[in-house]
Design a protein around this ligand. Structure first.
Ligand code: S3P
Length: 437
C-alpha cells in the first residue's frame, strides 16, 4: 500500500473536530491486566489496530475468553494470576515491540514454556534489554543470535525480586520487570534514568495492586493479585500528534482533537511544539480511570527552529518522526540530541527520516543521537516508510507544507496503530490517495 499526498502550499489547512483511535500503550495493558484479574473487565475506546489486536489474540490463545472488539468495546473474563494456559503454537506478535517486551516479563512467571515470534521488523529489535533483568530475577529466556527474537520463555522458574538500575529510558523494559515482579518473591524495584510513560503503574493501581513510586524508582511486591475493573481508553496522543503538527504547519488550520490522553509522561510533543511557537490550547480537562484527558485545539502557526531540551525526549519519544517534519517546515535550525533510542524503534527513525527529508530537498543531518535540521521549504519526491507506521504518517503530514506531491511507499503498517488514518486525515482536508500495490 502506498500513499500519494498532493502538495500545494495554498490549500486550506486541517479543519474539524475529530477523535483519533485509542491509546496503544493503554490498550495493550488493558488486555494483559484484564486477563490476569479476578472477575470481568470492560474496556471502551480500545485501539483496534494490529498491535493491540496481537496482544488480544495472544491472550485468547492462552485460554482467556475475550469478546470484541466491537466499536472499541472489549469484555475480558479474567482468569486470575495463575489461570493462563499453554498456547498450542508460538505467539505471533507481528510488529509489536510492546507486546513482546511486556509479555516476556509476564510469561516468565508462568508454569509453561512459550515461544514469542514477530514480523521482519520486530525480529530485528533488541531483546537483551529485557532478557538481562529477567535472568537476574531467575527467569530462563532464550533469544536468537544477537539477543533478537524469537524468544523462548521457559516456565516453572522461581523468580526473585531485584532492584534494577535501568540503563536506558524505556517504559517497555520497566514494565517487563514489574510484570515479572508480580510473580516474584519479594520486592521488585526499577530505577529509571529519565521519566518514561507510567501507564503500567497507573493501571496496576486501578486493578487494585499496590505500586510504590518514589522519585525515579517504582516498586511492586510479589506475589501480586489483580481485581477486575473497567477501563476507558483515551485517544492516543501519539496519533493526535500527526494532526497537531499538520494543523500547525498548514495555513488556515483549526482542528480540535477530542478526549486525548494527557498523561504528563506523554505530553512532551505539546511542550516541544509550544516552544517552536505552536498555537495549542486545552479544554474539557478531566480524569478517566486514573489517566488525565483533554480536548486539544490546534491552529496554524509560524513555527521556529529550536534546540529540543533532552529532558523532553523520552516524553515525546514516539512523536519524533512528525516533529522532524515540523522542524523541516519551521524557520531556522532545530537540533535534537539524546534521542539514540530512536535508532531501535520499528525502523531506525533517525536514519530513515533524515534520508526521506533529504529526498524532499531538506538539509537534515543524522547524528548518532538525533538530527540537525535546517527548516525551510520541502520539495516533492518518493520516500520509504521502511514498514514503520509513524514514518508513513509523518511524511503524509509533510504534504501540508510542500509545493509538489509526496509518494510514500510501504504504508500497510499504519494499521498497527492508526486504522483509518488516511480516511480521517482526508476528511480534515489533506489530499491523500491510497494505492494498493
Ligand atoms: C511503549 C514504550 C515506548 C514506546 C512504544 C510504547 C509502551 O517504547 O516507544 O511505542 O507502551 O511501553 P520504549 O520503552 O522502548 O521507549
Amino acid at each position: 500500500m502506498k500513499f500519494i499526498v498532493q502538495g500545494g502550499l495554498n490549500r486550506p489547512g486541517l479543519q474539524g473536530s475529530i477523535r483519533v483511535p485509542g491509546d496503544k500503550s493503554i490498550s495493550h495493558r488493558s488486555i494483559m491486566f484484564g486477563s490476569l484479574a479476578e472477575g470481568t473487565s470492560h474496556i471502551s475506546g480500545f485501539l483496534e489496530g494490529e498491535d493491540s489486536l496481537n496482544t488480544l489474540r495472544a491472550f485468547q490463545q492462552m485460554g482467556v475468553h475475550i469478546e470484541g472488539p466491537l466499536n472499541g468495546e472489549v469484555t475480558i473474563e479474567g482468569v486470575g494470576m495463575h489461570g493462563l494456559k499453554r498456547p498450542a503454537h508460538a505467539l505471533d506478535l507481528g510488529n509489536s515491540g510492546t507486546s513482546m517486551r511486556l509479555l516476556s516479563g509476564l510469561l516468565a512467571g508462568q508454569q509453561f514454556d512459550v515461544k514469542l515470534t514477530g514480523d521482519a521488523s520486530l525480529s530485528k529489535r533488541p531483546m537483551k534489554r529485557v532478557t538481562d533483568p529477567l535472568s537476574m530475577m531467575g527467569a530462563k529466556v532464550d533469544a536468537a543470535d544477537g539477543g533478537k527474537p524469537p524468544l523462548k520463555i521457559n516456565g516453572n522458574q522461581a523468580l526473585t525480586g531485584i532492584h534494577y538500575q535501568m540503563p536506558m529510558a524505556s517504559a517497555q523494559v520497566k514494565s517487563c520487570c514489574l510484570l515479572a515482579g508480580m510473580y516474584a518473591t519479594g520486592k521488585t524495584c526499577v530505577t529509571e534514568p529519565a521519566v518514561t510513560r507510567d501507564h503500567t503503574e497507573r493501571m496496576l493501581t486501578a486493578f487494585g495492586c499496590d505500586v510504590e513510586v518514589t522519585d525515579s524508582t517504582v516498586c511492586i511486591d510479589g506475589p501480586a493479585k489483580l481485581i477486575a475493573t473497567d477501563i476507558d481508553v483515551p485517544a492516543d496522543i501519539s496519533s493526535a500528534a500527526f494532526f497537531m503538527v499538520g494543523a500547525s504547519i498548514a495555513a488556515d488550520s483549526d482542528i480540535t482533537l477530542l478526549h486525548v490522553g494527557m498523561n504528563p509522561t506523554r505530553t512532551g510533543v505539546i511542550e516541544i511544539l509550544q516552544l517552536m511557537g505552536a498555537h495549542i490550547s486545552l479544554s474539557n480537562e478531566k480524569e478517566v480511570g486514573g489517566e488525565p484527558v483533554a480536548d486539544i485545539r490546534v491552529q496554524s502557526a509560524d513555527l521556529k527552529g529550536i534546540n529540543i531540551p533532552e529532558s523532553l525526549v523520552p516524553l515525546a519519544i514516539d512523536e519524533f518522526p512528525v516533529l522532524f517534519v515540523a522542524a523541516a517546515c519551521a524557520q531556522g535550525q532545530t537540533v535534537v540530541t539524546g534521542a539514540e533510542e530512536l535508532r531501535v524503534k520499528e525502523s531506525d527513525r533517525i536514519q530513515v527520516m533524515a534520508d526521506g527529508l533529504q529526498v524532499l530537498g531538506v538539509n537534515a543531518q543524522a547524528t548518532d543521537d538525533g538530527m540537525i535540521i535546517q527548516g525551510g521549504d520541502i520539495g516533492s519526491g518518493t520516500v520509504y516508510s521502511h514498514d514503520d507506521h509513524r514514518i508513513a504518517m509523518a511524511f503524509a503530514m509533510a504534504g501540508l507544507c510542500t509545493s509538489g506531491d509526496i509518494h510514500i511507499e510501504d504504508c500497510e503498517t499504519v494499521n498497527t496503530s492508526f486504522p483509518g488514518f488516511a480516511e480521517l486525515v482526508a476528511s480534515c482536508g489533506l489530499s491523500i490517495k491510497v494505492v494498493d500495490e
